[in-house]
Design a protein around this ligand. Sequence first.
Ligand code: NG1
Length: 387
Amino acid sequence: MMRELFESRFGSSQGARLVTAPGRVNLIGEHTDYNLLPVFPMALQFGIRILFRPRGDASVRLASTAPGFGDRSFELQTEIQPYAAGDWGNYVKAAAQAVAEHWNLKRGMDAVVSGDLPMSAGLSSSSAMVVASALALLDVDRVAADRIELAELMAAAEHYVGTHGGGMDQAICLGGKRGHAALIEFAPLRITPVAVPEHWRFLVAHSMVKANKSAGAREHYNQCVADCRSAAAIMGDFRTLVGAANEEDVLAQGQARLEDRLFHRFRHQVSEGRRVYLARDAMAAGDAKRFGSLMLASHRSMRDDYLISCPEVDQLVDTAMTSGAIGARMTGAGFGGFVVALTDAANVDSLIRRLDQRFYAARGVSGVMAGHLFQVEPSGGAAVSLA
Ligand code: NG1
């Protein structure tokens, strides 16, 4: 399908190359990355693929296999004007502008973009697109970029689309390791793989509420970032506070000094930052029960303190728990999107069946058939290969 589309638009695909960039599921540590607090995601077996062939000039010509994603074309340069907000081509432009500026790249490409990742659902389709585009353009000019440097650059580059996000998605997309989750810490960026125990299984289930980050959810997201900046201006660096010996003292000080809304934002940050390290330890020790209870505590914190959940997501988390999950929580930016649930190999089929019966059947769909409910596997990071 990609090759046919390529040939119909751009002629022969001989010598074309393929870049694959995975989406991710964040296991714990939500909305913490933009405060430079740690996160704990894993790369997925699904993602974005770009079939590309270098051009002799600076044009970037794009086609997509996704219905409704029309062709796009622009020139590679250090100041690229964005398309209208929400346009898919902006994710390619975001990467193009950054790599053109940083590595002084001047050669464009013909490219077909394809993906098997649900969009706008908290599985990071956007960053997979940005990272894939950057790797393709770097490959065109045979630049071998350092992955940590590229992850940091792409995190900043994605602000081009209007979301003031942190650096989790680009880091795990570039630094994922098969069979592993990763503890990601920031400033400086560090990616530490942690093996997922062999019998642990993660499922993702969509709430059927679309979290459209290019529209209304973007303002909510940016508001969270702005609130944290305000809280940090009063309380100081969150990293120091998460590392402080006595969490209760830190929270009592926060309560005394912050107005109510900021205090709730602050409490989520401080407690979530700690939970990430505790969850890393639980996974390293193979303690699924502990990991699951940290996931649940994270969900409550997002629901009650950070106010980024919604009734459908809460119901899905509850349904997962009453259907045999060891832990469950919303994952990603929130305001809808996916829930991630932990179970073990012996129970994965019954959890899928029950979620289908108890959550999706009531909404008139089969979660599995509709692509709302599936198992995710810890996968490797983005790569370029011969097509
Ligand atoms: P998703 O779930 O892909 O919208 C966003 C941010 C992350 C992080 C999470 C919440 C971007 C590109 N991604 O991810 O940095 O803050 O929300 O934990 O903005």
